[in-house]
Design a protein around this ligand. Structure first.
Ligand code: ZN
Length: 385
């Protein structure tokens, strides 16, 4: 016959012990009968169900019915029974219900004496391995971003972040992009839908670079400014081995009196040595960005082949056998940009740089497809744990 929670005639220790013993015996029997998921569900509902579960019943029939004097004693037993029942329900789900019962769920009287023990014929073997819970770890791209950020933090830079959904003003206009610059095209930029009625500068988009944070920071902070900006950005690129519509950048900005291109070169050369090893060399070649003038692309000597272009007799793929890897874009902040943030271009100067964290992670870890980072395949990600 199925167990039902009895009303207690007496709340004496002996009566409580007896009632607890019966309840635990029923718990043991019923949890042992759990074989399937459906069994377990009805087992769970019967014991811990909010409406008519056994736990609810002992609360009503035992705890609430107890006299003021007996409340403490009864409350303690009820709590112990609750723990035993909850544990049995949890364990039976993992097919391990019997382990708990075998190990012996005991309920102690207030005197400390064990009043009911459900020891089965087998005892618990404590030398068996436990259930290992896998620990998470940093995603390789996030780890790379943290490494880059910490290099600049050590140089006294502070970290700034900004919104991923930006306005055209911060993403383009204040960064000196001319009105019809191709980057504003929907071919390149993901715009939020139904913005056509707004003036262009207020239209919302997914930021295409972390540079808007430079503007936002200069708006609220007077020079000297030394910041590093890690963040997620989006472009309208179909996914392939080297492109993803979502990727990560780390950008930096330094503005002060008398900052020169020498400071830019020295800072970035130091950063690359800190990131890739003290033997890497850096090289700059002219480039163009709307918000810097002059602009440059920086290359580092290939840290995979040591600049030789070869790995043994094989050609070095990451540097395309050139011995150099293009790693970031940089330049002196265009004086026009200062006009947007109320800085005096006659008094201050500065440099900015930006790099793709995913690309650096790809090079660092020898990954050949950027999609692997974002597919969420644990087998791939586990390798970096
Ligand atoms: Zn190489």
């Amino acid at each position: 016959m199925a167990y039902t929670v009895p009303k207690l005639k007496s709340f004496s220790a002996a009566a409580l012990d007896k009632a607890a013993e019966k309840l635990l015996a029923a718990l043991k029997q019923e949890s042992a009968a759990v074989k399937t998921e459906a069994d377990w569900k009805s087992f769970r509902d019967r014991w811990v169900g909010r409406k008519n579960g056994v736990l609810t019943e002992i609360n009503e029939l035992w705890l609430k019915a107890a006299s003021k004097d007996a409340k403490r004693e009864v409350g303690q037993r009820v709590n112990e029974l609750k723990a035993a029942v909850t544990q049995a329900v949890d364990e039976s789900r993992q097919g391990a219900a019997t382990a708990v019962i075998r190990a012996g769920v005991s309920v102690k009287a207030s005197s400390g004496a064990v009043v009911a023990t459900l020891a089965g014929p087998e005892s618990l073997d404590i030398t068996l391995p436990g259930i290992r819970r896998p620990l998470g770890s940093e995603h390789p791209v996030i780890r790379t971003m943290h490494e880059i950020v910490s290099v600049f933090r050590n140089l006294g830079y502070s970290v700034e972040e900004g919104p991923v959904i930006e306005t055209d003003y911060y993403n383009f206009e204040a960064l000196n992009f001319p009105p019809n610059h191709p980057a504003r095209d929907t071919q390149d930029t993901l715009f939020i839908a139904r913005q056509e009625s707004k003036p262009q500068r207020e239209r919302l988009l997914l930021r295409t670079h972390t540079s808007p944070v430079q503007i936002r920071t200069m708006e609220k902070m007077k020079p000297p400014v030394r910041i590093v900006i890690p963040g997620k950005v989006h472009r309208n690129d179909p996914p392939d081995a080297s492109h993803s519509p979502m990727f990560h950048q780390v950008e930096g900005l330094a503005v002060d009196a008398n900052i020169t291109f020498c400071d830019l070169k020295g800072t970035l050369d130091h950063a690359m040595k800190a990131l890739f090893g003290s033997s890497v060399k850096t090289s700059f070649r002219p480039s163009f960005f709307p918000f810097t003038e002059p602009s440059a692309e920086m290359m580092v000597s290939c840290f995979i082949c040591g600049g030789s272009g070869k790995r043994g007799s094989e050609p070095c793929r990451p540097c395309k056998q050139t011995g150099w890897i293009e790693i970031l874009g940089c330049g002196m902040v265009d004086p026009n940009v200062y006009g947007f943030v109320d800085y005096d271009p006659k008094k201050v100067s500065g440099f900015a740089f930006g790099m793709g964290a995913d690309r650096i992670a790809i090079l660092k870890y020898g990954v050949d497809d950027i999609q692997l980072f974002f597919n969420g395949d644990v087998r791939f990600l586990e390798q970096f744990g």
